[in-house]
Design a protein around this ligand. Structure first.
Ligand SMILES: [Zn+2]
Ligand SMILES: [Zn+2]
Length: 246
């Protein structure tokens, strides 16, 4: 599929895409599982690449720099949410793909050779971070990093439980360890124990079906990050939190 990039404005960055992660929501959109897909669609919202061109007003990036783009590429800039840097809650936010740009053209995502993105929604990637490893940070990574920062779940030495060990849970372990937390992976079986402890270097592993171990772990955690992607009861896990836990 071939399409023309939208015209570059003064605030835009043109990015040559090098890698793009695959998020489960890309599959949901591709298969129209939410009933809101428009085709032809170019998914991809864990985009990393290199700056090739800059609009006349862009000062914070240079040609050749490594950058990333996540799931939003625009917002109204005027509402309360935008004024508080919470553009993700703006009612006029623009999704990276399957949405409409300010100029009326469809947005197309990162499974492409290039993108034109407003500088406000472009982030710099450190030169020493391999680009292919940076890509999943743009969605899965920020999905855990953002609430941890927002709710102050970052105090080194505190005990953090990560519920579920899929794409997001795996990021949760890495980021929680980077904050210096003691990390317990909580999973329904012991299938992922080796991966959690040996590969991701979690500190402990708790099987939620083991009633005795769950009882022993009651009120032992300061924080819990729930990354289980299906509806499930919270009560068994809330009992693991200390009073005033997060
Ligand atoms: Zn995603
Ligand atoms: Zn807004």
């Amino acid at each position: 599929y071939t399409y023309n990039l939208r015209n570059k404005g003064p605030e835009d960055v043109i990015v040559r895409v090098i890698y793009c992660g695959i998020c489960h929501s890309d599959l949901i959109q591709m298969r129209n599982e939410m009933g809101m897909s428009h085709y032809p669609m170019v998914p991809g919202h864990e985009v990393v690449g290199i700056v090739t061109e800059l609009g006349s007003e862009v000062k914070k990036f240079k040609v050749g720099e490594h950058v990333g783009v996540g799931c939003i590429v625009g917002s109204c800039r005027k509402c309360g949410n935008c004024n508080e840097s919470m553009e993700q809650y703006c009612s006029k936010r623009i999704w990276t793909y399957n949405d409409v740009n300010h100029d009326g053209t469809p947005t197309q995502g990162g499974f492409a050779s290039s993108m034109v993105v407003d500088q406000m929604f472009v982030v710099r990637i450190p030169e020493n971070l391999p680009l292919e490893q940076a890509a999943p940070l743009l969605c899965a990574g920020v999905t855990v990093y953002s609430p941890m920062k927002h709710f102050g779940m970052t105090e080194a030495g505190k005990r953090c439980g990560i519920l579920g060990l899929g794409g997001v849970g795996h990021m949760g372990v890495k980021i929680a360890k980077a904050f210096g937390l003691h990390v317990t992976v909580i999973s329904s079986s012991d299938k992922k124990k080796e991966e959690a402890l040996e590969v991701l270097h979690a500190d402990a592993y708790l099987v939620s079906k083991d009633a005795e171990k769950m009882q022993e772990a009651a009120e032992s955690l300061d924080y819990i990050l729930d990354t289980i992607p299906v509806a499930h009861p919270l009560e068994p896990y809330l009992s693991l939190l200390k009073t005033n836990g997060k």
